[in-house]
Design a protein around this ligand. Structure first.
Ligand code: HEM
Ligand SMILES: *[C@@H]1O[C@H](CO)[C@@H](O)[C@H](O)[C@H]1NC(C)=O
Ligand SMILES: *[C@@H]1O[C@H](CO)[C@@H](O)[C@H](O)[C@H]1NC(C)=O
Ligand SMILES: *[C@@H]1O[C@H](CO)[C@@H](O)[C@H](O)[C@H]1NC(C)=O
Ligand SMILES: CC(=O)N[C@H]1CO[C@H](CO)[C@@H](O)[C@@H]1O
Length: 331
């Protein structure tokens, strides 16, 4: 049997169209008619949660970053593991994802379901909450376009290699971000997120204990800082919850202090420090350290880009009833 036209042709055409098309369906006023209180409900929920648990902002930003890096910003990171499926959030490298952020999403979803049942996706809740929190702790405001759907898949096995690790080289980091379409400069701007939040001691312990035969700690670390961290972490093997601020100078304020710290040997993770040394990233660390306005501009653009990465629209996703479970149970 012969087809009158070369069959794959229109099909290919559609495939090419589908990427920009799904993104262009998003808009900042997506819920104006269907859930008019969306903005105010989000703002209220976020504000009360952040005031009661000040670690929420950093936790939520990190959760959102991980969600987007693994199979797009589709709330796949919120799915709970069940007997049939080990979910994304339970991949080994994700075990430290913060509970406050999950709790915030649950609260927002509950309030939204009362006001406009079945309308707002969990992916949009996470994207908007992240922006609101960044602004609340002193960071820039940027537009969040809405209309994401929640994904149908969440697999721990997909996480490996998608999320940057603190033992990676700068070249490896550049590759991880490039695979998602981010330049080295965008990577440096996004990692300015480490201006807030914590890291557990095990993530940087090799820099402060038994570093080498000649030096107990990484000699590029400011010595008094290394000493203070050794005290903070002294019991970390017995108490794995021990952690240190990512930005020791202004730990809960979203500003450009993270970059200024890196220049002075006050970077916490090996990767943080490496960004301020490597020729491909140092110029951007120096730029953002000297100009917070420029950092806020570039961070905002990069966050807007991250926030639409790999999103699902239309029938490629659903609006979940509960953020931690698919609407249809799959074996
Ligand atoms: C250069 C690549 C990156 C590496 C290697 C990295 C690694 C890490 C590690 C190991 C932690 C500590 C986690 C813990 O102990 O609980 C952390 C914390 C954090 N990361 Fe990153 N990260 C990177 C880039 C980013 C980006 C691009 C963002 C967001 C846009 C981000 C946001 C955060 C936040 C907000 C925290 C604090 C979380 C909290 O306080 O609960 N990171 N990161
Ligand atoms: C980083 O550490 C993890 C274990 O925590 C290991 O699986 C991975 O191979 C390491 N990566 C590099 C680049 O050393
Ligand atoms: C560092 O080395 C000493 C002696 O080799 C050892 O007793 C100690 O447990 C090590 N500390 C850490 C945190 O690995
Ligand atoms: C800082 O960056 C902003 C935004 O790009 C720019 O307008 C300004 O001139 C810069 N300031 C300095 C001192 O370079
Ligand atoms: C218990 C467990 O497997 N934890 C892992 C969490 O992720 C880190 C890397 O960030 C691993 O080193 C841990 O082994």
């Amino acid at each position: 049997m012969a087809f009158p036209f070369p069959f794959p042709f229109p099909l290919l055409f559609l495939l090419f169209l589908s990427i920009p098309f799904s993104e262009s369906k998003l808009s900042v006023d997506y819920y104006t008619k269907t859930c008019p209180d969306f903005d105010s409900i989000m703002r209220e929920t976020v504000t009360s949660k952040q005031i009661n648990s000040p670690t929420t902002a950093a936790g939520t930003l990190r959760l959102f970053f991980h969600d987007c890096m693994v199979d797009g910003c589709d709330a796949s990171v919120l799915i709970s593991t069940n007997p049939f499926n080990k979910a994304e959030r339970d991949a080994d490298i994700n075990l430290s994802l913060p509970g406050d952020a999950f709790d915030l999403v649950v609260r927002a979803k509950t309030a939204l379901e009362l006001s406009c049942p079945g309308i707002v996706s969990c992916a949009d809740i996470l994207a908007q909450a992240t922006r609101d929190l960044i602004t609340m702790v002193g960071g820039p405001f940027y537009n969040v376009r809405l209309g994401r759907k929640d994904g149908f898949e969440s697999k721990a096995g997909l996480v490996n290699g998608q999320v940057p690790q603190p033992n990676m080289s700068v070249n490896q980091l550049i590759k991880v971000f490039a695979a998602k379409g981010f330049s080295a400069q965008e990577m440096v701007a996004l990692t300015g997120a480490h201006t807030i939040g914590f890291s557990h001691c095990k993530e940087f312990s090799h820099r402060i204990y038994n570093y080498s035969k000649t030096s107990p700690s990484d000699p590029e670390m400011y010595p008094k800082y290394a000493e203070a961290l050794r005290k903070t972490c002294s019991n970390y093997l017995k108490d794995p919850g021990m952690s240190a601020f990512n930005d020791i100078m202004t730990p809960s304020k979203f500003d450009n202090m993270y970059y200024q710290n890196l220049q002075r040997g006050l970077g916490l993770l090996a990767t943080d420090h490496a960004l301020s040394k490597h020729p491909r990233t140092k110029p951007f660390v120096d730029l953002y350290a000297s100009n917070q306005t420029k950092f806020f501009e570039d961070f905002s653009h990069a966050m807007e880009k991250l926030s639409v990465f790999g999103i699902k629209t239309g029938r490629k996703g659903e609006v979940r009833h509960k953020c931690d479970a698919f609407n249809t149970i799959k074996a």
